[in-house]
Design a protein around this ligand. Structure first.
Ligand SMILES: NC(=O)c1ccc[n+]([C@@H]2O[C@H](COP(=O)([O-])OP(=O)(O)OC[C@H]3O[C@@H](n4cnc5c(N)ncnc54)[C@H](O)[C@@H]3O)[C@@H](O)[C@H]2O)c1
Length: 325
């Protein structure tokens, strides 16, 4: 039986992976420093996995976390383009130094495979949609550079040390447990929570920017498929993980207003420095290499996410701890 390490296990994607693996009876270790993650995401999991509060910037703690591990899902990062624009140094430390520490620790511990949460921000604003993995990356923001650096390190550690590394470039993942209340929150989580609590959301830019929004279950299944794929098909490679369909922010707003019952138009703010304007993925490489297929579409994903937020808002209104999320 394999033992899995999830970095960023208290975060949005990391906790979804942890839940899926723990519920399938797998042996799971998780680490997180709670910089953006939260303990409520681990509700019901803590007694069933080996969770350690640890920071990837600490090489000793990272080395301990890798002992006895077969496969790592590396989700930990200080996410967000605008956060990295405002203060590039902290995200560089977690996203580049932390990833490097993890690779070194994994190499020393004899870990077989690392699946890395890469980012579609690597493509930047170059012309040409859909994005294919053969396009030359043109990162714009510090965050995009940091995430792309992680990809290059992944590829290097496969070529040089034979550590089986796979980079999954996520395109705008959304779903339950994504933090809604930070200025850096993903747009879907933020809009839903604002609409459900009577706050008018702000669209930065003209609203025509379109993204390949991808429900969380699709990202989880991509990780699990990549984990079990033969090394000759995946090691050292980069794959887009998305749905292969783009929706602009005006459409997202309208769909969410309909689902939440929110009335009224959005506010508009200036475009955010460093943001990628349009994204749409070609997902044929992931399909061919490990059978990835999105199973939950955009509309269904939005419905499930709104339902989760409704329950959270109701719990918060009843005085539950969810109000802190
Ligand atoms: N959500 C998306 O749309 C998206 C898109 C592209 C890429 N990604 C990548 O996917 C991964 C997961 O993103 P998410 O949306 O779940 O973000 P998240 O903020 O919810 O999760 C990241 C987790 O990493 C933890 N963390 C950060 N720095 C750490 C450190 N130095 N040591 C230990 N733990 C640390 C945080 O506390 C948090 O729990 C990230 O690597 C992110 O860059 C996400």
């Amino acid at each position: 039986m394999s033992t899995y390490l999830i970095t960023g296990a208290a975060g949005f994607v990391g906790s979804a992976l942890a839940r899926t693996l723990v519920e399938s009876g797998e042996r799971v270790r998780g680490i997180d420093n709670f910089v953006t993650g939260n303990r409520e995401n681990l509700d019901g999991l803590l007694g069933r996995m080996d969770f350690r509060q640890a920071d990837l910037r600490d090489p000793d703690a990272t080395a301990l976390a890798c002992e006895g591990i077969d496969c790592i899902f590396h989700q930990a990062a200080l996410p967000s383009v605008p956060r990295s624009v405002l203060a590039p140094e902290p995200s560089h430390r977690s996203n580049v130094d932390g990833t490097f520490n993890l690779l070194e620790a994994a190499r020393a511990a004899g870990v077989q495979r690392i699946i890395y949460a890469a980012s579609s921000s690597a493509y930047g604003n170059q012309p040409g949609l859909p994005r294919t993995e053969s396009m030359r990356p043109q990162p714009v923001s510090p965050y995009a550079v940091q995430k792309l650096t992680g990809e290059y390190y992944m590829s290097s550690y496969w070529q040089i040390y034979g550590l089986e590394t796979i980079s999954l470039r996520y395109f705008n993942i959304f779903g339950p447990h994504q933090a809604p209340n930070s200025p850096y929150s993903g747009v879907v989580a933020k809009f839903i929570r604002q609409m459900l609590t009577g706050v008018r959301p702000t669209i930065f830019g003209d609203g025509r920017q379109a993204r390949d929004f991808t429900y969380i279950d699709n990202a989880v299944s991509a990780n699990l498929l990549a984990c079990h794929a033969p090394a000759e098909q995946v090691a050292g490679r980069v794959f887009n993980i998305a749905c292969g369909a783009a929706h602009n922010l005006e459409d997202v707003y309208r769909a969410l207003a309909h689902l939440t019952g929110f009335e009224g138009p959005p506010l508009y703010g200036p475009p955010r420095n460093g943001d990628v304007v349009n994204s749409l993925a070609d997902i044929t490489a992931a399909k061919a290499a490990f059978g990835y297929q999105p199973t939950v579409g955009f509309e269904d994903g939005l419905k499930r996410t709104v339902q989760w937020h409704r329950e959270e808002v109701a719990l918060a209104a009843a005085g539950d701890t969810a109000s802190r999320r």
